[in-house]
Design a protein around this ligand. Structure first.
Ligand SMILES: NC(=O)c1ccc[n+]([C@@H]2O[C@H](COP(=O)([O-])OP(=O)(O)OC[C@H]3O[C@@H](n4cnc5c(N)ncnc54)[C@H](O)[C@@H]3O)[C@@H](O)[C@H]2O)c1
Length: 351
């Protein structure tokens, strides 16, 4: 068999190499750098092709494709969300993604994105909180202590200087795991005995639970004036975390309204309920927090541009780190129109 030609090869970042990349750069530094890439892309929002993600729902969960392009590069992510997966030793969310050159359509990067999604979601949360949370915030309540939770906590430390995390999960093992993992990272971590206890003294409340139904993680009386809510877990039709009355008291910031109105907390509101697009706050076109007493809500669902930014970041670090394999992904016949001839020549004499 001939060895693949250079045009056949696409850099592939495996889970093992992604973990090496994170440790090579340093987790908090990587979260800061991912945040910079996301901010850069959000500030040029109008250059991107945008569409709500394409979702395939089942009784157990959802499988989604998330495409976008900026004229130069095209990217997409495959991602699932299956809340009952953890019962069979699988994760709720797994993902991989690809970047391609718009000019030729040739892929330039294929990457694991389960870790990268946790990192980019955390970086996105911190970008939003940096723009919206009350100044001088020191304490975050982390409700839902699953796969995303440590990343969320460390991004708030890396970008906002949060130094206290108050944990709550209905599963004591998840809470213990999160507390254990966050030990030694320069945070004061307090496991709590209820969501109410966790939010005591917190200026930022992150909800990151997984349940395929309308859940009420926060009720109206739990949310005081001036807090910032970072709502991560409500990200599918029929899957929300906040009592609707909280939404009516909050200034709501979203990624891409066309997608968030289908998937986010605001699916509980009228389709014309006012929301502010986060990109316009980051670009300076809209105002973020207006008053110390205001409740701000980032109704996060995860948008394709964040994955595009994350893939762009990974691609920029490939050459310097060498942390990738070359994957024989694209058939590359000597004569581009002789795909069949290439197949025939590959036949072993005894086939
Ligand atoms: N917005 C985004 O960009 C984005 C990105 C990734 C994941 N998510 C969503 O975030 C959620 C969490 O993801 P994960 O990977 O951490 O899932 P996970 O299954 O690993 O963790 C979820 C945790 O929530 C806990 N939980 C469930 N109901 C609860 C309740 N009522 N109160 C307190 N805790 C509760 C569970 O015990 C579990 O520990 C999922 O719904 C996922 O779809 C959103």
């Amino acid at each position: 068999m001939n060895t693949p030609s250079p045009l056949a090869l696409v850099p592939f970042v495996s889970v093992a190499n992604m973990m090496r990349l994170v440790h090579h750069i340093g987790l908090e530094e990587m979260l800061r750098e991912l945040a910079d890439y996301i901010e850069e892309d959000f500030r040029r929002w109008e250059q991107f092709d945008k569409t709500p993600r394409v979702a395939s729902h089942s009784a157990e969960g959802v499988i989604e494709l998330m495409p976008t392009a900026d004229g130069e590069l095209y990217g997409f992510k495959y991602v699932n969300g299956h809340p009952s997966n953890t019962r069979t030793g699988r994760q709720t969310v797994t993902a991989f993604g690809l970047l391609a050159e718009v000019s030729t359509g040739y892929p330039v990067l294929l990457s694991e994105m389960t870790l990268l999604t946790a990192l980019r979601t955390a970086a996105m949360s911190a970008v939003a909180a940096r723009a919206l949370a009350p100044r001088g915030a020191t304490t975050m309540a982390m409700i839902g202590n699953g796969a995303q939770s440590e990343f969320q906590s460390l991004a708030m430390k890396a970008l906002l200087g949060i130094d206290q995390i108050r944990l709550w999960d209905i599963d004591a093992d998840a809470m213990a795991k999160c507390a254990r993992n966050l030990a030694g990272h320069g945070l004061r971590v307090t496991p709590c005995s209820s969501a109410e206890e966790a939010i005591e003294g917190a200026q930022i409340i992150t909800t990151c639970t997984a349940d395929k139904q309308y859940a009420t993680i926060l009720t109206d009386n739990m949310v005081g004036a001036g807090v910032h809510i970072n709502a991560i877990g409500g990200d599918c039709p029929g899957k929300t975390e906040l009592a609707p009355v909280i939404l009516n008291r909050a200034s709501i910031f979203v990624e891409y309204p066309e997608q968030t109105r289908i998937e986010g907390e605001i699916q509980q509101l009228a389709p014309d309920h006012p929301v502010t697009e986060l990109w316009s706050v980051l670009s300076g076109a809209s105002v973020g927090r207006r008053a110390a007493s205001e409740i701000t809500l980032f109704d996060s669902v995860g948008f394709a541009i964040e994955d595009f930014s994350a893939l762009r970041f990974v691609r920029a670090r490939l050459r310097e780190t060498g942390l990738y394999d070359s994957l024989d992904l694209l058939a590359d016949p000597d004569d581009p129109r002789d795909l069949f001839g290439m197949l025939q020549r590959a036949r072993a004499p005894n086939d």
